[in-house]
Design a protein around this ligand. Structure first.
Ligand code: AR6
Length: 177
């Protein structure tokens, strides 16, 4: 049985095995949750990201890479890149956003993680409509778990920084539980 929870607050303060970062394709840090995670983790995160970029180039939207977690309480940070919202392109972008969640979950499971925390990917700077992103996120996680694709994962947290997202996620997680 996998527990799916909604938490309000700052993702960097959580004690979970894997923290997911809403990064950009350069993996070189940025604002929003990306900036907060890099600040809290310290310089080792950027060093590891640089090594990944040197090896494989950047990270395309919908994909994810994993690093250690530096000074964070987590064990790993999974850096995924959400799609930038474009009006009229939702049907093309939704599967890319869904892939951020499922790819990150699979990476965490491959690393033997038991708990993972997601921010609301693409709903800040990248401008995705929050209700649409919440539908995609909860739907993607639920179907992966229902198909028993979660491996070692026992706890999945949706971490909501703003009240709008918290209400959207609380309603959807309760409705699909
Ligand atoms: N803990 C949890 N959630 C947070 C935190 C935090 N400490 N800080 C912000 N959020 P965004 P994106 C929420 O803009 O839209 C960066 O510059 C925030 O309220 O961080 O995927 C990257 O480098 C919002 O709901 O990510 C990329 O260039 C959510 O996190 C770009 O932004 C995502 O907002 C990615 O844009």
């Amino acid at each position: 049985m996998v527990a799916i929870e909604v938490v309000r607050g700052d993702i960097t303060s959580l004690e979970v095995d894997a923290i997911v970062n809403a990064a950009n394709s350069s993996l070189m840090g940025g604002g929003g949750v990306d900036g907060a995670i890099h600040r809290a983790a310290g310089p080792s995160l950027l060093e590891e990201c640089r090594a990944i970029v040197a090896r494989q180039g950047g990270c395309p939207p919908g994909e994810a890479v994993m690093t250690g977690a530096g000074d964070l309480k987590a064990t790993v940070v999974i850096h995924t890149v959400g799609p930038v919202w474009q009006p009229g392109e939702g049907d093309r972008l939704d599967p890319i956003l869904a892939s951020c969640y499922t790819t990150s979950l699979r990476l965490a499971a491959d690393a033997g993680c038991r708990s993972i925390a997601f921010p609301n990917i693409s709903t800040g700077v990248y401008g995705y409509p929050k209700d649409r992103a919440a539908d995609v996120a909860v739907g993607a996680v639920r179907s992966l778990v229902a198909g028993r694709g979660g491996g070692s994962i026992e706890r999945i947290l949706f971490v909501c920084f703003d009240d709008d997202n918290a209400e959207l996620y609380e309603a959807r997680v309760a409705a699909s539980g």
